[in-house]
Design a protein around this ligand. Structure first.
Ligand code: BGC
Length: 760
C-alpha cells in the first residue's frame, strides 16, 4: 500500500477525538449502596461543627500519639490531644520500624477506643500505611519484588495475586488504607524512587497499576480481603530534571498527558478510592497548589470522586520549601482551595489551627470543606469502619498463610532478568566450586530495598531469620563444600570490597558469582549524582575479571547502574532488581537451572550516563549531524533495550496476522502471532506488542507498547497468542492537548515480526 506523505497527513481533516476523559464510571459498590451511604454522610455532617470537619481533614503521623521514650507505646495524653482536642480524622505510618500483628492490634484498638468511645459522633480513625511491595511494616508480612521487578514479569495475574495478599495481610493488622500503587512512570533512572515504579512505559504502568487497584478494592471495601488503594504521586513526580528527589520537573503539557496522566486515568476507571499528590513542582507550580491539576484535570476531566491526600508535610512546604506562599497560613489556603482534601501534616497541628482560622475569615469556603469532609467520611463508611473500626477477627486468619511464600517466589522467579549468558555458562552444572563475593552476597537489605520493615529497609536485624541471603541459598543448593564466601551482612564492610582477598579466594574456585549493585535506600537518602556503578564495586569486578575465572554478575539494584566498563569481561549477568523475601531462592534456582529466567526489562538499561533514551523515543532523538549537511543515525544504544531478557531455552515468533488491512473508527483489529519454544527446556516467554505510527502531526515514537502477555511453553510446543487493538490504542495527544487518532499507516511489531495496516 502506498505510504502517505507528511503533507497528505497534515492535510487530512478527519481526526477522531477519543473520549478517554470519561472516567466517570467509578466501580465499587452499586449507586444505591453509595447513595445510602451518602445520606448517612449528609446526616452526620449536619451535626458536625466546623472544628470537627477541619479535624477530619487533618492526618498526623503515629509519633504524635506515641511516647517519646525509646519504646513503642501509646502516650495516652498525646492520643487524647490528637483525637479529642484536634479531632484528627486520620493517622499514618510506624514510629521507627514495623510491628507484629498483636502490636498493631493493640495500637489500632486503643486509637479507635478513644475515637468511637469518646468523640460526640463516634467517628472512627482512618489509619493509612505504605504497604508498597507487600505488608512491609508488619513483621512476618510477605514481601514481593518491588514494582520495577513486577513489571519485568509481564504477568498481570501475578501482580494481582501479590496485591491480593498485600491487601489481606494489611487488613489483618487492622489497617484499611494502603498508600499504593505508585503510578509514577520511571523515565529518569537517577531518581531514587525508580524501584517503586513499573518502569519507563506508560501502558505497562497503567495496566499493572490498575491490576493492583482491582486486587485491593474489587471485593468491596467492607470485605476483609480489601484495602482502599491510593494512586500516587499525582502528577509528574518521577522525572525531576536533576534526577534528585523532590526537585523541579519540566514537562510540557502534551507529555504530561501522553505519558504521565494515562496511568491515573486508568486507575480512576479501575476504581481507585484515593490519590496522593506529588511533592514536587511541575513547570514551576508545586502540584499541591495547582488548581489546574488537582481540580480541573483530576475532577473535571478524569471524573475522580475520591479523596485527595497530600504527601508528607507538603502543604506547609508550599511556604517553607517552594516559596510560593508567604506564610504557613497562605500555604494551607492555597492547597485546600486547589483541591487537597486531607493534609498529611504530619508532625504538628498547624494545618488544623490555620484552616480553622481561614474558614472563619472566609478565605476557604465551607462548601470546599464540606466537599472534602464528605469524601473522607464516605470512605470511612465504605470501609465498614462505622460498623466495626477494630481489627477484624476473621481477617487475622488471612495473615502469613504458607502459600503466600510460593507467590513471592514465583514473582521473584518471573522478574529476575538474564541479560547475558556467554557460551551458555549458565545454568551452573553443580560440580563446580564457586566463590561468592561482593557486598550483596550476604545481605538481605539489598534484596529488598526501600519500605522493608523500616522506611530505608537497611536494618538487617529486622528481616526474618528464614529470609535467605544469596550465599545462603546457593550453599543450600550446591553444598557447603562447593561454596567459598567471606562476604558479611554489613553491606558497607571493607571485607566485602577487598580486591586482594577476592583474588586470593578465587584461586581455589572454578568460577566467581559476584553480587553487586546497590544497598537499600528510600527516597532522598538514595540520591546519587552518578549513575555509574561506584568505583569500589567496579574495582572489585575488575579484580574478579583479572583472575581469569569466569565471572557471573548478580545485580541487586533499584535502578540501572551503568556497568559498561566491566561488562565485556563478565560471562553472565542476572539482574534481580529488588526481589525481596524469596529473592535469594529465586536467584539460586535460576543460577542452578532449577528454574528458567523469563523476566524482560521494563526500562532501557543505559550504556552511558549521558545517553538515557527511552525505547519509545522519537526518530529525531537518534539523528546526529557529524558535519554540516551530513546526517546519520546515532541510534538507540542502551546496554540492553527495553523488553530484553534471555532464557535457557529459545523462542521463535512466526505468522503475525492482522484480521484486516484497513481499520475504521468503531472497529477492532484482531492480531495473532505464534510463539514456539525451539529449545530443549520448558520456559516462559514475554510477548510485547508494539505499534508504530509512520507519520503523525505530533512527531511519532519509533514504537509504543500497546499490549503484552506471558506464555508458558514446553520444548517444541507452539501457542498462538491473540491481541485486540482498538483505535484508542493508536491515539496520541495533539498540539491542542486533545487525544486523537489520525488516519494513516501503522505497523504492528512483535519480536522480529511486522505487519502493516491503514487506519481510515
Ligand atoms: C512518600 C509517600 C508516602 C508518605 C507516607 C512520603 O515521604 O513520598 O510515598 O506515602 O511519605 O509514608
Amino acid at each position: 500500500m502506498r505510504k502517505p506523505t507528511c503533507f497528505q497527513l497534515l492535510g487530512w481533516t478527519v481526526m477522531l477525538l477519543i473520549s478517554c476523559n470519561a472516567g466517570q464510571q467509578t466501580p465499587g459498590p452499586s449507586p444505591n449502596h453509595d447513595a445510602g451511604m451518602m445520606q448517612k454522610v449528609k446526616d452526620l455532617m449536619a451535626k458536625m461543627t466546623i472544628e470537627e470537619k477541619v479535624g477530619q481533614m487533618t492526618q498526623v503521623t503515629i509519633d504524635m500519639v506515641m511516647q517519646d521514650q525509646g519504646n513503642q507505646n501509646i502516650d495516652e495524653a498525646k492520643l487524647r490531644t490528637a483525637v479529642l482536642d484536634k479531632k484528627v480524622g486520620s493517622i499514618l505510618n510506624v514510629k521507627w520500624y514495623g510491628y507484629d500483628l498483636a502490636k498493631w492490634h493493640e495500637i489500632i484498638s486503643r486509637i479507635q477506643d478513644v475515637a468511637v468511645g469518646e468523640t460526640p459522633h463516634k467517628i472512627p480513625i482512618l489509619y493509612g500505611i505504605d504497604a508498597i511491595h507487600g505488608a512491609n511494616y508488619i513483621l512476618g508480612g510477605t514481601l514481593f519484588p518491588h514494582n520495577i521487578g513486577m513489571a519485568a514479569t509481564r504477568n498481570d495475574e501475578l501482580v494481582k495475586a501479590a496485591a491480593k495478599i498485600t491487601a489481606a495481610e494489611t487488613r489483618a493488622s487492622g489497617i484499611r488504607w494502603n498508600f499504593d500503587p505508585v503510578l509514577d512512570v520511571g523515565r529518569q533512572p537517577l531518581w531514587p524512587r525508580f524501584e517503586e515504579t513499573f518502569g519507563e512505559d506508560t501502558y505497562l504502568t497503567g495496566q499493572m497499576g490498575s491490576a493492583v487497584i482491582q486486587a485491593y478494592e474489587e471485593d468491596g471495601l467492607e470485605e476483609i480481603t480489601a484495602v482502599a488503594s491510593c494512586m500516587k504521586h499525582y502528577l509528574g513526580y518521577s522525572v525531576p530534571l536533576s534526577g534528585k528527589d523532590r526537585t523541579p520537573a519540566y514537562i510540557p503539557e502534551t507529555q504530561l498527558r501522553e505519558i504521565f496522566l494515562p496511568p491515573f486515568e486508568k486507575a480512576v476507571k479501575a476504581g481507585a478510592s484515593t490519590i496522593m499528590i506529588n511533592s514536587g513542582e511541575v513547570n514551576g507550580v508545586p502540584v499541591h497548589a495547582s488548581h489546574f491539576l488537582l481540580t480541573d484535570v483530576l475532577r473535571g476531566e478524569l471524573g475522580f470522586e475520591g479523596l485527595a491526600v497530600s504527601d508528607w508535610e507538603d502543604v506547609i512546604r508550599l511556604h517553607t520549601r517552594h516559596k510560593i506562599a508567604a506564610t504557613p497560613k497562605e500555604a494551607v489556603m492555597l492547597a485546600v482551595n486547589a483541591g487537597i482534601d486531607m493534609s498529611m501534616v504530619p508532625l504538628d497541628y498547624s494545618f488544623y489551627d490555620l484552616l480553622l482560622e481561614l474558614v472563619k475569615e472566609g478565605k476557604v469556603s465551607e462548601k470546599r470543606i464540606d466537599e472534602a469532609v464528605a469524601r473522607i467520611l464516605l470512605l470511612k463508611f465504605r470501609l465498614g469502619l462505622f460498623d466495626n473500626p477494630y481489627p477484624e477477627e476473621a481477617a487475622k486468619s488471612l495473615f502469613g498463610r504458607p502459600e503466600y511464600s510460593r507467590t513471592a517466589l514465583n514473582a521473584a522467579l518471573e522478574s529476575v532478568t538474564l541479560l547475558k549468558n556467554e557460551g551458555a555458562i549458565l545454568p551452573l552444572t553443580g560440580n563446580q566450586k564457586i566463590l561468592v563475593a561482593g557486598p550483596g552476597a550476604n545481605n538481605k537489605a539489598s534484596l529488598h530495598g526501600s519500605w522493608s520493615f523500616s522506611w530505608q529497609g537497611q536494618d538487617e536485624s529486622l528481616y526474618p531469620a528464614d529470609t535467605k541471603t544469596i550465599v545462603q541459598a546457593l550453599t543450600e543448593r550446591l553444598g557447603a563444600q562447593n561454596v567459598v564466601c567471606r562476604a558479611v551482612p554489613d553491606y558497607r564492610a571493607a571485607v566485602n570490597f577487598d580486591p586482594a582477598l577476592l583474588k586470593r579466594d578465587a584461586t581455589s574456585a572454578d568460577l566467581i558469582v559476584l553480587c553487586l549493585g546497590e544497598e537499600a535506600y528510600a527516597e532522598s537518602p538514595g540520591i546519587i549524582s552518578d549513575l555509574n556503578l561506584d568505583e569500589h564495586q567496579t574495582d572489585l569486578a575488575k579484580a574478579a575479571i583479572q583472575t581469569g575465572k569466569p565471572v557471573i554478575l548478580v545485580l541487586t539494584e533499584g535502578r540501572p547502574r551503568v556497568i559498561s566498563p566491566i561488562e565485556p569481561g563478565i560471562k553472565a549477568i542476572l539482574l534481580a532488581y529488588r526481589p525481596a523475601s524469596r529473592g535469594a531462592d529465586a536467584i539460586a534456582d535460576l543460577l542452578t537451572g532449577k528454574a528458567n529466567p523469563s523476566g524482560v526489562l521494563p526500562f532501557s538499561y543505559p550504556r552511558q550516563t549521558g545517553d538515557l533514551l527511552t525505547y519509545d523515543h522519537k526518530f529525531t532523538e537518534t539523528v546526529r549531524e557529524p558535519g554540516a549537511g551530513e546526517f546519520d543515525n546515532g541510534g538507540y544504544d542502551p546496554q540492553w533495550p527495553f523488553g530484553f531478557g534471555l532464557s535457557y531455552t529459545e523462542f521463535r515468533f512466526s505468522g503475525l496476522k492482522l484480521d484486516k488491512s484497513v481499520l475504521k473508527a468503531g472497529q477492532t483489529l484482531e492480531v495473532s502471532v505464534t510463539v514456539t519454544n525451539t529449545g530443549s527446556l520448558p520456559g516462559k516467554a514475554a510477548v510485547d506488542l508494539y505499534t508504530h505510527d509512520l507519520f503523525a502531526s505530533v512527531t511519532p515514537s519509533e514504537r509504543k507498547l500497546r499490549k503484552y502477555a506471558k506464555v508458558e511453553l514446553a520444548p517444541g510446543e507452539s501457542k498462538t497468542i491473540n491481541f485486540t487493538l482498538s483505535p484508542e490504542d493508536l491515539s496520541f495527544i495533539n498540539e491542542k492537548q486533545q487525544r486523537i487518532v489520525e488516519p494513516g499507516e501503522f505497523e504492528v511489531l512483535i519480536g522480529d515480526q511486522k505487519a502493516g495496516f491503514t487506519y481510515e
